[in-house]
Design a protein around this ligand. Structure first.
Ligand SMILES: C[S@@+](CC[C@H](N)C(=O)[O-])C[C@H]1O[C@@H](n2cnc3c(N)ncnc32)[C@H](O)[C@@H]1O
Length: 270
């Protein structure tokens, strides 16, 4: 009886083991990927000095953006540490010769491919790099893959005031349906040291009920406070990039102060 309970209610480490589910957990819709790729193309048109033919996708997961770009004829390389996410990407792009995946940490990596025209870092994940050294070595690693003048577009959530709490606090509790499962999603804010650059420590707990089994996941993600001026400073500190633009909510016309959801920093490889 006990054994059965354990088997049918397993704990796995991360929601990122479930590529079909995580996007809905973050309240994102699949159509948003297409919108992001359309705006990416507009940003390249506005800022790129040469046609964008080769793109590197950082923290790519299954690289939904990369898959669309590759179907449009662009050569794509994705970098991610998760074997499950990369495995899903390889399955979904089977038969496509112009997309490849590398299992690497984003903080410091090398890949054999070089000479990319552009880099992208989508899905508001850049701020998971919280240490100065990690960010600088990340920027160095990306710079090494890019041609001079190449663009690096980074997507960041609008981060409202610091989420400072004294004790772990439930922030969101909702249920969604995705990937053939019912998922109860509980998000908590956790206390954090005052003397860090951290905006919040986000704990995400999911109870995923598949027809035949239930799985629990828990991710604890410190998020660095990342604003247009801090990204500008990081780019300069790296000595490899300059920040040339920042855009709010996939628009060239919305002022940053009116940004509702997220913003993109556009860096150029110097
Ligand atoms: C929210 S998903 C985004 C995936 C993809 N960019 C998308 O838009 O669907 C975040 C991804 O970041 C990856 N990731 C998080 N921290 C990482 C790290 N330190 N090194 C490499 N990959 C990391 C996870 O494995 C996951 O696939």
């Amino acid at each position: 009886m006990r054994r059965l309970r354990l088997d049918s209610h397993a704990m796995v480490s991360s929601i990122y083991e479930f590529p079909d589910i995580f996007r809905r957990v973050h309240k994102e819709q699949p159509y948003e990927i297409g919108e992001e790729v359309r705006f990416l193309r507009k940003v390249w048109k506005r800022h790129a000095r040469r046609p964008v033919r080769r793109v590197i996708d950082l923290a790519c997961g299954n690289s939904p953006h990369g898959q669309i770009l590759a179907r449009g004829g662009i050569e794509v390389a994705g970098v991610d540490r998760s074997a499950t996410m990369i495995g899903a990407g390889r399955r979904e792009s089977r038969g496509m010769k112009n997309i490849s995946f590398y299992r690497r940490p984003i903080e410091r990596f090398k890949i054999p491919a070089r000479g990319f025209d552009a880099a992208i870092f989508m899905s508001e994940t850049f701020p998971v790099m919280t240490a100065n050294d990690a960010i600088l070595s990340h920027l160095e690693s990306v710079a090494a893959t890019l041609k001079r003048g190449g663009l690096y577009v980074i997507d960041v959530d609008r981060q409202d005031g610091l989420r400072s709490v004294r004790t772990r606090k439930l922030w969101r509790d909702h249920t969604i349906h995705a990937g053939g499962a019912t998922v109860r999603v509980r998000a908590y804010n956790r206390p954090m040291p005052w003397d860090s650059a951290i905006h919040s420590i986000f704990e995400l707990e999911c109870e995923i009920k598949f027809p035949a089994r239930t799985v629990m996941t828990r991710d604890i993600v410190p998020i660095r406070h990342t604003l247009p001026p801090t990204l500008d400073l990081l780019a300069r500190a790296s000595g490899k990039f300059e920040m040339i633009a920042a855009y709010a909510d996939l628009s060239f016309s919305i002022a940053m102060e009116n940004c509702e959801r997220r913003w993109w920093g556009v860096l150029r490889r110097v």
